[in-house]
Design a protein. Structure first.
Length: 335
């Protein structure tokens, strides 16, 4: 009798439909598996994945996503995945074979070779949008390693601002803050200024002596994520009252607000939100962000995010499973 009951439970579990959401950022990746027939966010299983590298061949973002699909199927082999939603950094500009990658991810998620699983690939700005505004039209800025904003109604309007890489953009992001801090630190190291002694000390503790930074940082394929990892220390110095760090954080907050406002297309509702790890930095950063947003868009509403980019990836998977996913719209979403 116990064996029969166990078999019944196993069969029922195997028939249960699950959806998989994957969020791939510059400093890490995550997967969330949850049952389609349960309320959003219920009975969710989580996995952490690797970090993206970018070199001459492009980004490893889809390899990271594929590794998470494989890890999920190994961890929960009894979960039948019926849809996969992926939100990933650099998908529009650093990846060239989105269609082939969809087939690869579908095959990895499929229980059998003749049962392909529908997959949608989206830029991280879209899954951030789905997470923060829960599917409502408006604009969202996502600020982690990089910074990108998207204004959309998920239909006709798709307005991207930012996200063009750390060499000349990603204004106000973790890598931007890290680079600005290193620039200030090196000026003090060279005797040009004297105001960034605390930043110089923190940077040398993290990265080694200043003369070693070119060899240690410029040669790394994951340098954006590594440099962005310095941003929390800059935020901590700002919270302690360091003037140079505070100036960087205030400027970063204003830059992010300007990016978000630029994504508020005139034909969109005046709803805006934010997401991403940089918003854990309160104080100067958040204060400057909110004040600048109000100054630039006094008629718009700035709403606290409903959820995270990983939540947005799960929402995307649920939309796919229900047949309600937005039509393929490169360079924002591919199916």
């Amino acid at each position: 009798m116990n064996g029969a009951a166990t078999s019944t439970r196993t069969d029922a579990r195997a028939r249960r439909a699950w959806v998989l959401g994957i969020d791939v950022g510059g400093t890490g990746s995550r997967a969330a598996l949850e049952p389609l027939d349960a309320p959003f966010g219920t009975d969710r299983r989580l996995l952490e994945g690797g970090r993206v590298a970018v070199a001459s061949a492009g980004s490893t973002v889809l390899d990271v996503a594929a590794a998470l699909v494989e890890a999920t199927t190994r961890a929960w082999p009894d979960a039948t995945i019926t849809a996969v939603g992926v939100g990933a950094t650099g998908l529009a500009s650093l990846v060239s074979a989105q269609g082939a990658s969809i087939g690869r991810l579908s095959a990895l998620a499929a229980p059998t070779a003749d049962a392909p699983v529908p997959v949608a690939l989206a830029v991280d700005a879209l899954t951030a949008h789905l997470g923060a505004l829960g599917g409502r039209a408006g604009a969202v800025v996502a600020v982690g390693t990089g910074a990108i904003a998207l204004g959309t109604d998920l239909d006709d309007i798709w307005r991207r601002v930012g996200g063009w890489g750390h060499l000349w953009d990603d204004r106000g992001s973790g890598v931007w803050v890290g680079i600005e801090a290193l620039k200030s630190a090196i000026r003090t190291h060279d005797g040009v200024t004297t105001d960034a002694a605390a930043l110089l000390s923190a940077a040398e503790s993290r990265f080694g002596r200043a003369p070693s930074w070119p060899g240690e940082l410029l040669t790394r394929a994951d340098r954006a994520g590594v440099i962005a990892g310095f941003a929390p220390e800059v935020a901590a110095l700002a919270a302690d009252g360091d003037a140079a760090a505070s100036a960087i954080m205030r400027t970063a907050g204003r830059e992010v607000a300007a990016t978000l406002v630029a994504a508020l297309d005139p034909d969109l509702p005046r709803h805006a939100s934010w997401t991403g790890g940089m918003f854990a930095a309160a104080g100067a950063y958040r204060d400057a962000f909110e004040a600048e947003f109000v100054r630039l868009a006094p008629d718009a509403g700035l709403h606290a995010p409903q959820g995270s980019p990983l939540d947005g990836a799960v929402r995307l998977a649920r939309l796919i499973a229900a047949g309600d996913v937005p039509a393929e719209h490169p360079p924002f979403v591919w199916r």
